[in-house]
Design a binder for this molecule. Structure first.
Ligand code: S3P
Length: 163
């Protein structure tokens, strides 16, 4: 199996869908956020103490540990902020974009205190969403919309695309 990279905005379901996909497909499962936490500590603390750029370095380092076969990889929403990450995923595997509307993301995340970039004001979050959506779409090999769909349905749709 070619490695599958799940990309999309915060709250699009990358981790839940990734774990379920991995259950169906086998191989190894990695979550770049989880890998960063295990090696470097909590993400909010990294942002606060070392800054976003340092977090992006850690995230890139973790992504590069994934191989081109037999991995399902859930990424952080900002993985596409570094061009080299997009190029790496494109070269190494298949990129699956979980496309979720801004309104639905707002409903799912509410006032989530854990994600540093979700603490910005509404117009900043919308701008971030708009800018990133173009980047996700530009990289995607497969796009699945997720509004009002359970993670199980999203996984079934992805599997349908992979056949
Ligand atoms: C980020 C998304 C987060 C995490 C970090 C930065 C982003 O991951 O990597 O807080 O820049 O969008 P999720 O997409 O899993 O929330």
């Amino acid at each position: 199996m070619q490695t599958l990279y799940l990309i999309g905005f915060m709250g699009s379901g990358k981790s839940t869908v990734g774990r379920l996909l991995h259950e169906k497909l086998g191989g190894s499962y990695h979550d770049t956020d989880q890998m960063v936490v295990e090696k470097y500590g909590e993400i909010a603390a990294i942002f606060e103490q070392k800054g976003e750029n340092q977090f992006r370095d850690y995230e890139t380092e973790m992504l590069k540990e994934t191989a081109s076969e037999n991995f399902v990889v859930s990424t952080g929403g900002g993985i596409i902020e570094r061009k080299e990450n997009g190029e790496f995923m494109k070269k190494n595997g298949l990129i699956i974009y979980l496309d979720t509307s801004f309104d639905e993301i707002g409903d799912r995340l509410g006032n989530d205190p854990v994600r540093p970039l979700w603490r910005k004001n509404d117009s900043e979050k919308q701008q971030l969403y708009k800018r990133r959506n173009k980047l996700y779409a530009g990289l995607a090999d497969i796009t699945v919309t997720t509004d009002q769909k359970s993670p199980y349905i999203v996984v079934e749709e992805i599997l349908g695309h992979l056949q």
